[in-house]
Design a protein around this ligand. Structure first.
Ligand SMILES: N[C@@H](CCC(=O)N[C@@H](CS)C(=O)NCC(=O)O)C(=O)O
Length: 280
């Protein structure tokens, strides 16, 4: 057991919490420094990082490009969240919440800013009329799984990942609570995929992209070094679905964009055209 903590009447910020992200965490929002964002030649300007929240958007953009939609070509710029680049004034203008990803669409007048990865997926799917069913009940199913993922991520990343991998001490209560929830979520997904190929049936949608980004990290890529701890091999339907998605060229390219991890030659720190993948 850890030392008992008695909260004061009013919380004040008088020390860093010592965790891996202590230096960038603050209890207030807004810019910490002046910094304009770079601008590329395409209408769509994405500012992001290759985390699951970033990758779900680059997967959708690459899937759109894969369909031959030229207007979906985009510039993707890295935001180094470890160095606090999410608090630059230009970034805060397009995302007052200072988290990656954020999109600026300069193809509209005035330009459209979109923050929150789920909102970006819906915006792009609607703009290009792809990967989001239009029939109301199919659309409701897709939105349900998309919002389910958006609600789940803080339990997986902010809860389980934080306390299992990043917190300065291992607290059994917190790890138990979030491991239980993460396994419950994996079980929800596993059961949903028992009788269908994709989350909405036969149609591949933004709900698959969003959920793939988070759950493939757990079941295929040993996120938080926790594959054994979470017994991820129990979730065979999730593994089958994630492996199938990972075969897709759009998914393979989307995973590489703005990614600061993995083999050097695999990473695509900035993306401006297909040539950045070394394929053209
Ligand atoms: N709900 C947001 C969450 C985004 C998020 O948490 N992004 C993380 C990286 S995965 C981030 O930017 N962290 C930086 C920080 O907390 O300062 C979304 O889905 O867009």
């Amino acid at each position: 057991m850890t030392e008992e903590y008695t909260p004061p009447k009013v919380w004040t910020w008088d020390k860093e919490n010592g965790g891996r992200f202590a230096k960038i965490n603050r209890p207030v929002s807004g810019a910490t420094h002046e910094k304009a964002l770079p601008v590329g030649e395409h209408a769509l300007q994405l500012h992001s990082l290759g985390t699951p929240n970033g990758v779900k958007v680059t997967i959708l953009l690459e899937e759109l490009v894969e369909l031959g939609i030229e207007e979906a070509e985009y510039d993707a710029w890295p935001i180094n969240i470890g160095e606090g680049e999410q608090f630059g004034s230009g970034y805060v203008e397009i995302n007052p919440n200072s988290k990656i990803p954020a999109l600026l669409d300069r193809g509209t007048t005035p330009p459209t800013r979109v923050f929150e990865s789920g909102a970006i997926l819906v915006y792009l799917a609607e703009k290009f009329g792809r990967f989001l069913p239009t029939e109301p009940s199919q659309r409701a199913e897709c939105m349900s799984w998309l919002f389910w993922q958006m609600g789940s991520a803080p339990y997986i990343g902010g809860g389980f990942g934080h306390f299992y991998a990043y917190a300065p001490m291992k607290i059994e209560y917190c790890i138990d609570r979030y491991a239980m929830e993460t396994k419950r979520l994996l079980d929800v997904l596993d059961k949903a995929l028992d009788d269908r190929r994709y989350l909405c049936g036969d149609e591949y949608t933004i709900a698959d992209m969003a959920n793939y980004a988070w759950f493939s990290a757990l079941v295929l890529h040993n996120a938080y070094d926790a594959a054994e701890f979470l017994s991820v091999d129990t979730y065979q339907n999730v593994i089958r679905w994630a492996k199938e998605l990972e075969e897709r060229p759009g998914v393979q390219r989307g995973r590489r964009v703005n990614c600061p991890w993995g083999p050097e030659e695999w990473r695509v720190p900035e993306r401006h055209s297909m040539a950045d993948f070394g394929e053209v």
